[in-house]
Design a protein around this ligand. Structure first.
Ligand SMILES: Nc1ncnc2c1ncn2[C@@H]1O[C@H](COP(=O)(O)OP(=O)(O)OP(=O)(O)O)[C@@H](O)[C@H]1O
Ligand SMILES: [Mg+2]
Length: 264
């Protein structure tokens, strides 16, 4: 099983879109894939037709210790897409930092739950909230690989540097390094902001950057309106093709091509 976290402290950079599309592609290829919504806003949960304000069991339940054996199994809901499952978020998760923040041992709850699901899923994608807190700590402890979507706009680099500082802080507690890949998103080659920010990102992070880009594609919005990953709405959409290329690259290079690692 491989576990991928998708994170950036900056909001609206394409984290949820990256999660849905990458997971949707794997599901379409016949791989049992789980998406975990770790954001109390629950955009991913809403995407697949559930209401994070009125959901009875969610990631929140994992942290309440009220589940008992194999409880996480029941939290994985099927979706309209074959092979694709969702562990939903509830808005109550926003209170977890206050409730558990300083309590010992809270950082590994998600990792343990995912380990118990290892027989069931080949891939797990964790959609992270844009804040540093107990949920983000859990995501980074649970994952083998991190994707950092960065919107190609002015100030992109600034948001990224902040995320990387957070990352190295959190990873101090982790025993093994975490490989990460920066994914430039919403690229529009007609705008100076996109071109310049891409150039800056490449200069600054030549080894950690995926060499291509995810273009702006208005069909992402349509796919989210319909509650399906873009590759299922239209596999020829340029956004779907770009994510398929990213996925192939990452699967291929699982061991070599993108050697970046953050050490404590
Ligand atoms: N490549 C793209 N082209 C066009 N629109 C996109 C693209 N990627 C994402 N979007 C749109 O941008 C908006 C923000 O994307 P998304 O929700 O994936 O970001 P996020 O990082 O998860 O945001 P948040 O921090 O609020 O959770 C959404 O409306 C989404 O449909
Ligand atoms: Mg999101």
């Amino acid at each position: 099983m491989s576990v991928w976290a998708v994170a950036n402290q900056k909001g609206g950079v394409g984290k949820t879109t990256t999660t849905v599309t990458m997971a949707g592609l794997l599901a379409q290829r016949g791989q049992q894939t789980l998406m975990i919504d770790l954001d109390p806003h629950g955009s991913l949960t809403t995407y697949f037709g559930h209401d994070p304000d009125n959901i009875e069991t969610s990631v929140y339940s994992l942290f309440q210790n009220d589940g008992g054996e194999n409880y996480e199994d029941a939290l994985c809901l099927s979706t309209r897409v074959e092979n694709l499952y969702l562990m939903p978020a509830s808005t109550a998760m926003a209170t977890l930092d206050r409730q558990l923040g300083a309590r010992e041992g809270m950082g590994l709850i998600l990792a343990r739950a995912i380990q118990r699901l290892a027989g069931r899923f080949e891939h797990v994608f964790i959609d992270c909230p844009p804040v540093l807190g107990v949920l983000m700590v859990n995501a980074l402890a649970a994952s083998d690989r991190l994707l950092i979507p960065v919107q190609t706009e002015f100030l992109a680099l600034k948001g990224l540097e902040r995320m990387l500082r957070t990352l190295s802080m959190i990873l101090r507690a982790r025993k093994k390094p975490l490989r990460y890949t920066i994914v430039p998103t919403m690229f529009d080659r007609r705008t100076r902001a996109s071109l310049e920010s891409l150039k800056n990102l490449r200069e600054r992070h030549p080894d950690e950057m995926w060499r291509s880009v995810i273009p702006v594609d208005t069909l992402f919005r349509e796919a989210s309106r319909q509650g399906v990953p873009l590759n299922l709405l239209n596999p020829h959409a340029r956004g779907a093709i770009a994510y398929a290329n990213l996925l192939d690259k990452l699967l291929d290079s699982a061991n070599s091509e993108i050697p970046a690692a953050v050490h404590s």
